[in-house]
Design a protein. Sequence first.
Length: 202
Amino acid sequence: MTNSHQIVALCLLLCACGAPTSPASEPPAAQQPKLPEQSGPKGEALPAATVSAVVALDGEGLRLVTANGSTALLAFDRNRQETIAALSGALGPPVGQSANSECGAGPTDFVDWGNGLSVLIMQDRFVGWSLDPEAAGGLTTMNGIGVGSSRAALVQAFSDTSIEESTLGQEFTAGGLSGLLDSARPDARIEALWAGTACVFR
């Protein structure tokens, strides 16, 4: 299978297609330092949906970062309404929603933003996220890893990085994240990322 065919197949497998943008970069600065809070699981508070924050990728969910540098984890298992409200406050409203009844973990709903981010919902709970191969809306981990990051940067950022050939291609796990590199070469770059429950057909 050619590299271009692999990328097209991956878009379908992850069910997380988004509008093409440019490679991942550092998250932009948030606009307001003081955010009202609402309670959530694991004792962490979330910014209110009406106030902007920056979203960072995380192996335990998605992290909201305020202008003063404080963070709040939008953890997996949070309810659907609170998850979408918190992300809409940071990213704007979703651009689409879909469902797949054939995912291995069970029927799954997908809520998509225009930057390539899809949130996976099962039984009204946030269970996973994915960032598709075309995405580069500025979403990265707190240490700067996102779509377009190099293999060298990935290994440097996460000491537990493991890379192996799978039916999807050059698949890796690192810091609770999973994803694909665009080749087996030393200069390979990340072309897809996901965490939590994934809808991947191997």
